[in-house]
Design a protein around this ligand. Sequence first.
Ligand code: SF4
Ligand code: F3S
Ligand code: FES
Length: 248
Amino acid sequence: MGYDLDMKVWRGDASGGELVDFTVEVEEGEVVLDALHRIQATQAGDLAVRWNCKAGKCGSCSTEINGKPRLACMTRLSTFEEGETVTVTPLRAFPVVRDLVTDVSYNYKVAEKVPPFAPEPRPADGAYRMQQVDVERGQEFRKCIECFLCQTVCHVIRDHEENKPSFAGPRFFLRYAELEMHPLDTNDRRELAREQAGIGLCNITKCCTEVCPEGIKITDNAIIPMKERVADRSYDPVTWLGRKIFRR
Ligand code: SF4
Ligand code: F3S
Ligand code: FES
C-alpha cells in the first residue's frame, strides 16, 4: 500500500548547499534509494545520486541517512517510524561533487600506498598451501565492497580533515591486516601500518564496525590484532619472526 513520505535531501555543490524538502509517494517494502529515484523521476530530474547494483554489493550508494552512514539501497523505509522525516545527506568525510555525490578519491590514493601481495616462491610441486583458518580469515576481509561507510564514520578523519594525509582509515587497516596475516606474504606490513597508515591514531571506538554493511568485524579482527603486531614488533621482533616461520 502506498503512502506519502516526507524527506529532506541535501542539494548543492562544493560551494555550498541546503536541505530541500520533498514529499514523495512510496510503496511498502521500498528502500531509500527507491524514494530518491522517484524524486528524480517526478520532482527533481537533476538530483545527483550515485548507485549501481541496488543489491548492496557495489558500494556506490553510500549516503548519510538521518545522520547515520548507510547504503541507500539497503535501507528499508520500514526502518523509520510512521510519519518520521527521512533526511539524506552526502558522506561527511569527503568533498561534495553535487547533491549526494561525493569525491571519494582520497580512498584510492590511500589504496595506492599499500604494497601489493608478495608471495614467497612456489614450492617444488608448484602448489601453495595454507591452513583453512588462514583462508577463512582472509575471506572475511575480502567481503569488503568499498562503500567507505567505515571511512566516513571514523572520527579521526570525519572531524579532522588534517589527519587524512597520515591516516589510512579502517577500510585500509583491513587490507594491511589481510596481507600481514597472510601466511604466504613475505612483506612486513607493521611498520607501514604504524608510520604510513597511522594505525596509532585509531582509539578503537568501533564506529567503523557498527556501520559496515558486510558485517566485517573490522576492529576486533583486523585493527586490534594489527595493533598488537605493531606493538610486538616494537618490543619483540623475535615473536613476529616466529609467527611468520611457524605460520601462527
Ligand atoms: Fe564498507 Fe565494510 Fe568495506 Fe568499510 S570494511 S568499506 S564499511 S564494506
Ligand atoms: Fe576509527 Fe574504527 Fe578506530 S572508527 S577510531 S578506525 S575503531
Ligand atoms: Fe550498489 Fe547500493 S547501489 S550498494
